[in-house]
Design a protein around this ligand. Sequence first.
Ligand code: GLU
Length: 484
Amino acid sequence: MERVRFAPSPTGHLHIGGARTALFNYLYAKRTGGKFLLRIEDTDLNRSTEESEKVIIEGLKWLGINWDEGIEVGGEHGPYRSTERVDIYNPYVEKLLEEGKAYLCYCSEEELEREREEALKKGEMPRYSGKCRHLTKEDRERLEKEGRKPVVRFRVPNNEPIIIEDLVRGRVEFNSNDIGDFIIVKSDGIPVYNFAVTIDDYLMEITTVIRGEEHLSNTPRQILIYKALGFDVPKFAHVSLILGKDRTKMSKRHGSTWVEQYKDAGYLPEAINNFLALLGWSPEGEEEIFSMSELENIFDINRVSKNPAVFDIDKLNYINGIYIRKSELDKIVDLAIPHLIKAGFIDEDFVKENREWISKVVDAVRGGLSYVGEIVNHVGIFFGEEVKLEDDEAKEVLKQEHIPALLDEFKNILLETETVTKENAKEIMNEIKNRTGAKGKALFMPVRVSVTGQVHGPELVNILEILGKDLLIKRIDYVRQNLL
Ligand code: GLU
């Protein structure tokens, strides 16, 4: 059975790229009937925080990328946080030391820095010189007396080809000669990522490691550790970087890069997943809109491209718009309310009394939304007694000769109407037509502009129902007195 994992370092937010890696792992597990694990790699003590772990976990849950085993969920291979596994790593470090496959290195930061600079000056790739490779017991005792704390270095074998048959990139070859002896345990006794990840993936019985391309250069080191310990090497799939539209690495400059930012703006998790799935993977056929369960059935790692994926916000907006229109209205209303409150259109008390009215507003405008937060730019027409003409086009509409008479009849009909509903709004329009003779554009435009100030917007019958009799009359009066 396939076992895959997402192994974020809790050093920041859940990035779009991280979410995509998690999603690909999740979908791979679902598609193959395997298990998906969540492990937290917090070996970088300076940068890891509990807050970040929380944010990442919340982001995954929000997306519905649920894991079968790992943090919070538990399982047979725990603990699932690296810093809680130090005792588990130690015997493997001892084994490598005993077998001479690793050694203690006492070089100080300054010495290493000097070596690095010298190498760079000579135009060579800086890598560890191997100075501590052959220390005797006496050497070690002397260095320890000086108060030096050792690191553990992996003894990289000479001239060994390291080959990865990558599920995404195909065959990738390295040679051990390009890798200097690397640190596996820091002087504080905490193993570095490359070591911890190898032991963890082995003990957690991970069969396929799916992760970002930025880790490809780590993989040969990990393979050397697998081999030194006699472990089977898992399969690897290194998924390409995500680029901005200008084809540079996706960063803040290209817009929001964290999942929470999209959540806060009012993107739907289904849409984000759909969009992320298409960042690098392409289905057979033309269809691009897939629910999570559809993705679970059709995702195929062999159809993941090794070319970089380009993050196209317009495409995300397009997909999200589709999901906003498909969603239960109530769900969109729930998402819209905080935005409407924040923008000052409504407050908590108003929400309690007028949820149904708010629903109608949301329903009237959701067709034009790319993300729910955008709603604040579309609902101004539903609030206030005054009418502000948006542009010259709107002003032109009200300059027509028949407008005063039309508005007077419109008001008369409203006075004769008990309440305005979507259904009788059509009759009201008909009645204006009968009484004034105006029809088509000459009828609809003046009505629209006089009650909203705009020539575009939601469907007129929706607008009339939402504004309601009293407000419509107030606006007609306002226009009559101030704008004609
Ligand atoms: N902890 C690593 C990161 O957050 C992931 C390592 C891996 O997937 O092997 O980049």
